[in-house]
Write a protein that binds this ligand. Structure first.
Ligand code: BG6
Length: 489
């Protein structure tokens, strides 16, 4: 595990993958492959983090030639902004790419894998990256099993991991019919974020934060991922998914796991995973009355969207982690499309002091201050700020809002070893490091606590694009108020 110290971070830069790999990328012509996966693997190769020998076989239902796939990959890399001088470095990388159509069966894939292995001298692990919807992913895994390609193989599955508890169980059963759990990597790119792992460092490498990280001192926690983006041409995917499944059951709950977990016995995959699972086990089932679903005005006119759709493009929930540390502390989670600003923010708000020693009549407290709090901007490279009350110089005890801010970029500069979250996670899989991946039990538990809302979802309330969501979210958090990311950043 390599999240602890800066020297460990530097070591990881030199840590190429030891075994040769044949990577089969399903959904190779799709959006994620073009935006993240192909550019990501190219970048890994450029910084020396791919194995000495590797081949990438693109697979998709509609066949294209290897030359066409290479051209698509090159265009993706050039358009990704990840690497400015593609030309010089492309030659070697391009040669590692091949393509197989699987629309009429998987036999050709088996042959392509064998050929790739032979080119690498016969010895190579297999990595299947399934950038596919859940049903198609389960089908692909079964075909992989039939071809006997599950030996020395790992498989990466993309979210959503099912659409409810029953489908998640079925998906897991189908995956387990071919692969053992320790060979399955459920990828959530939020866990590959540098800033998320920094949360571990902040909490467990310092003596300052952890003692107050509990119900005795913390009043509430807010995790906020507003996006200015719309659904971006993903109408039919989004119609079946919505913000609840797309963002809450995945990214937001996973972040909550890191925020709320107990100190693990070590930073090894097993204890870290166990502590996150214990958080999910302690979460109370969501109550429909603690959930606001919203839909931006104009969503129903997007391509691929039902004109009478009730799919939510915004979700806000109040939830509780019902354990010794967090009993009674509400966690407010929010995310939505076409909102006022884009951020990834965690706010930890503290309880008021037990006695009011200061003449705090309304006029003397800065408007809307709420409570002293820590704000973590989890975007890369990220920042941490503390907001608190301080005395305004002068004859009266006037209080003003004060801030202290720490920026990762200012402190550590541009870290050359830093990887994009997908790059980081793909590299971890090739090295067999499961630390930042989620088990089938954890996934099923998250669907289980979501069941009451999936069964009786409140109606999706319209909100104006460019806003902070439907007004009803104020009632959800009252008497507290939502911390707006732009207050601090
Ligand atoms: C994806 C969702 O998983 O995460 C998208 O499907 C969302 O709807 C995206 O926009 C957000 O990721 P990031 O890294 O841009 O915050």
């Amino acid at each position: 595990m390599s999240v602890t110290t800066s020297s460990a971070q530097e070591d990881r830069a030199a840590e190429a993958v030891a075994t040769n790999q044949v990577i089969v990328l399903f959904g190779a012509t799709g959006d994620l492959a073009r935006r993240k996966l192909l550019p990501g693997m190219f970048h890994l190769a450029q910084v020396g983090l791919m194995p000495g020998g590797f081949r990438i076989i693109g697979a998709a239902r509609h066949p294209i030639s290897t030359d066409e796939f290479r051209a698509l990959a090159r265009e993706s890399v050039a358009g990704s902004g990840r690497k400015s001088r593609v030309d010089e470095a492309w030659e070697d990388f391009g040669k590692t790419l091949g393509f197989v159509g699987v629309g009429d069966g998987f036999e050709a894939l088996g042959e392509a894998v064998e050929a790739a292995r032979a080119e690498l001298g016969g010895e190579a692990d297999l990595l299947f990256y399934l950038s596919l919807p859940p049903k198609a992913a389960a089908g692909a895994v079964e075909e992989i099993g039939k071809l006997g390609l599950d030996e020395n193989a790992r498989v990466i599955i993309e979210k959503p991991f099912g659409t409810d508890l029953a489908s998640a169980r079925e998906l897991n059963e189908r995956l387990h019919s071919v692969f053992q759990e320790n060979r399955i990597y459920r990828i959530d790119h939020y866990l590959g974020r540098e800033a998320v792992q920094n949360l571990l460092a902040l909490r467990f490498a310092n003596g300052m934060f952890e003692p107050v990280w509990n119900r005795n001192h913390i009043d509430h926690v807010q995790i906020d991922i507003p996006e200015t983006l719309s659904i971006e041409m993903r109408g039919s995917f989004y119609e079946d998914t919505g913000a609840f499944r797309d963002m809450l059951v995945t990214h937001l709950f996973q972040l909550l796991g890191f925020v709320a977990m107990e100190p693990p016995t070590s930073l090894e995959p097993k204890p870290l995973g166990l502590e996150r699972e214990k958080v999910f086990d302690s979460m109370l089932p969501l109550r429909p009355e603690d959930v606001v679903r919203g839909q931006y005005v104009g969503y129903r006119q997007e391509d691929g969207v039902d004109p009478s759709s009730d799919t939510e493009t915004f979700i806000a929930v109040k939830t509780y982690v019902d354990n010794w540390r967090w009993e009674g502390v509400p966690f407010y989670l929010r995310s939505g499309k076409r909102m006022a600003e884009s951020h990834h923010v965690l706010t930890v708000a503290f309880k008021q002091p037990p006695r009011r020693m200061f003449p705090l009549d309304e006029a003397l407290i800065p408007e809307g201050f709420g409570r002293d709090h820590l704000t973590f901007e989890l975007g890369d490279p990220g920042s941490i700020s503390a907001s608190f009350l301080a005395k305004v110089p002068g004859a009266t005890m006037q209080l003003g809002e004060a801030h202290m801010q720490f920026n990762y970029a200012d402190a550590f500069g541009n870290n050359r070893a830093a990887l994009d979250p997908y790059e980081r996670l793909i590299h971890d899989v090739m090295n067999g490091d499961r630390t930042l991946f989620t088990s089938s039990d954890a996934i099923e538990r998250l669907w289980e606590i979501s069941e009451p809302v999936l069964e009786s979802p409140p109606h999706a309330i319209p909100y104006e694009p460019g806003s902070w969501g439907p007004e009803e979210i104020d009632e959800l958090i009252a008497p507290r108020r939502w911390h707006l990311p732009s207050d601090h950043i």
